[in-house]
Design a binder for this molecule. Structure first.
Ligand code: PBG
Length: 318
């Protein structure tokens, strides 16, 4: 157990950098609520990945932003959408970069929920948001397959649909994508920290909230069950999200399970630091290193963070 008490140092290998991609050409557009992050068109994103390579970051996570939405989120699994085009372009230029893709419907549905709804189109109140799990699993599997076909190394289902890891594993295996791995968003809390992301992905729920399918933040027992279930279903990496207000969950997961554990330092956690730094409340670099170190110290093997590029720069300077 000695290593448990060793000093924790962040390494480039611990980091996963998230990217937002939308259709079009030559676009890199800032996001109002999300300082320092952009929506890229595939060509500009592929260019930007040069920097990732130069900084020695080995993994990225792609989020798609469609130009059309419907109740079933079908643009998310349409052939040759912006995500697929980006994966192909990146893999051609940087074959060794690990490309992970988010698999969820919320950016692609008109209602902004993560799955296909049972009562489509009708205005429903918060307590009535009901997901059609079977249809949702089918759509998620289709989306995962389209990413695998384009060359994704990992698909990362984040819809919190029951059985999503298994449904995707089976669909991948059936099409001979046995080497495509799965990072499960195993524990995803119905958190208040997702605001800037929802601005980026344009995925604010049109009505109700996500408490029908995301975990309540007072829970910890269910969190462990969700991780165990994802591992059983075949997840290669499991995840806790958000990170900072959930370090206890990360620590418990790390002590209970052997599968690599990722923690998502989400958009709201990031924006706090950026906005506070711009007001002169704290030194951004010192604050980020403290936060990311604490997430690693709690037991995360991988940290998904919008700070990744800056951290890699700072590590180079050291
Ligand atoms: C949902 C999804 C969310 C994030 C990534 N995928 C949250 C949500 O809107 O419920 C949030 C990530 C972040 O805040 O950085 N598919």
């Amino acid at each position: 157990m000695a290593e448990k008490y060793m000093a924790i140092n962040i390494q480039k290998n611990d980091l996963i950098y998230p990217y937002f991609v939308s259709a079009g050409k030559d676009k890199k557009v800032g996001i109002k609520l999300f300082p320092g992050q952009f929506r890229f068109s595939p060509d500009r994103l592929i260019e930007d990945v040069d920097e990732i390579g130069a900084l020695g970051i080995g993994k990225i996570l792609l989020f798609g932003i469609p130009d059309s939405k419907d109740a079933r989120g079908s643009s998310g699994y349409a052939k040759n959408n912006a995500v697929s085009a980006t994966i192909k372009g990146i893999k051609k230029r940087f074959p060794r970069l690990i490309v992970m893709t988010d698999v969820c419907l919320c950016a692609y549905t008109t209602h902004g929920h993560c799955g296909i709804l049972r009562s489509q189109g009708r205005k429903v109140t918060r307590s009535q948001v009901k997901i059609d799990n079977k249809k949702t699993l089918k759509a998620l599997a289709q989306m995962a397959l389209s990413h695998a076909e384009a060359g994704a190394d990992y698909v990362a289902p984040s819809a919190m649909a029951k059985g999503q890891v298994l449904a995707i594993r089976e669909a991948l295996d059936a099409q001979d994508f046995k080497n495509t791995k799965i990072m499960g968003y195993s524990v995803k809390y119905a958190s208040n920290f997702y605001g800037p992301f929802r601005d980026a992905a344009n995925s604010f729920p049109a009505f109700g909230d996500r408490s029908a399918y995301q975990l309540g933040f007072s829970d910890s027992a269910l969190a462990m069950k969700e991780i165990a279930a994802d591992i059983k279903e075949g997840a290669d990496i499991v995840m806790v999200k958000p990170a900072l207000a959930y370090l206890d969950i990360i620590k418990e997961a790390a002590s209970r399970f052997r599968v690599p554990l990722a923690a998502y330092n989400v958009s709201g956690e990031y924006a706090f630091v950026k906005n506070g730094a711009s007001l002169g409340y704290w030194n951004e670099r010192k604050m980020v290193i403290e936060i990311i170190t604490s997430i690693k110290r709690a037991g995360a093997d991988l940290i998904i963070t919008y700070h990744a590029k800056n951290i890699a720069r700072w590590l180079k300077e050291r």
